[in-house]
Design a protein around this ligand. Sequence first.
Ligand SMILES: C[S@@+](CC[C@H](N)C(=O)[O-])C[C@H]1O[C@@H](n2cnc3c(N)ncnc32)[C@H](O)[C@@H]1O
Length: 207
Amino acid sequence: MKYYKLVLNARKPKGFWGKMMIRNMNKNHYNVTGWGLSHYDFKKSDIALDIGCGGGRTVNRISSMVSKAYGIDYSDLAVEKSKKYNKKFIKKGTVEISQASVSDLPFEDNTFDIVTAVETYYFWPDKLNDLKEINRVLKPQGTVLMVFEMCRTEENPEKWQQVESLINIKSVTEQEIIQILISAGYVNIKTDTVKENSWLTATAQKP
Ligand SMILES: C[S@@+](CC[C@H](N)C(=O)[O-])C[C@H]1O[C@@H](n2cnc3c(N)ncnc32)[C@H](O)[C@@H]1O
């Protein structure tokens, strides 16, 4: 029951179990996020955006490597918790958190050098168009970096079945992510996996 209530809050954290889930994600996504972020060479001059920022730990981490880091999430609670987690940097002006959907990003075209998305893609309502929306806000040659903990392989096609049916999402395959990034207009697509953990990272550039 506890597991069920917790997992249900991965989609859009709210209330008591949402708070628990956010705490859980900040802790449990730390290693996979660190591995994922190592696939991009962050520069001090970069402007970064983290989509589906959850509890805000990834924005916090990125902010020390770039000139400014933004985070967006469509959950009220995630925005509140991300703001709290990044209080110091928000005050300093190096972090900004706002409430928004990936489908309608409140930013001008060609704004970001790097857009990250950790463990959030599964929930997006219109994945192809959402990736196009990210493309819009990236600068030319800017990079999108997506990190997944639920990668399905031929050796392990049913690994995620229980959680998939519980929260009505689908795990991803490496090939499917490459294909959708191509369809959304990205180039220089690179992927990396840690098969024993089912981790996948994909990076791709706006032409
Ligand atoms: C599993 S949590 C991951 C949070 C964080 N990235 C992390 O790794 O700890 C997924 C997050 O994506 C957010 N999210 C899901 N769909 C979204 C959408 N369409 N637009 C913006 N945020 C979304 C949820 O509110 C939630 O905070």
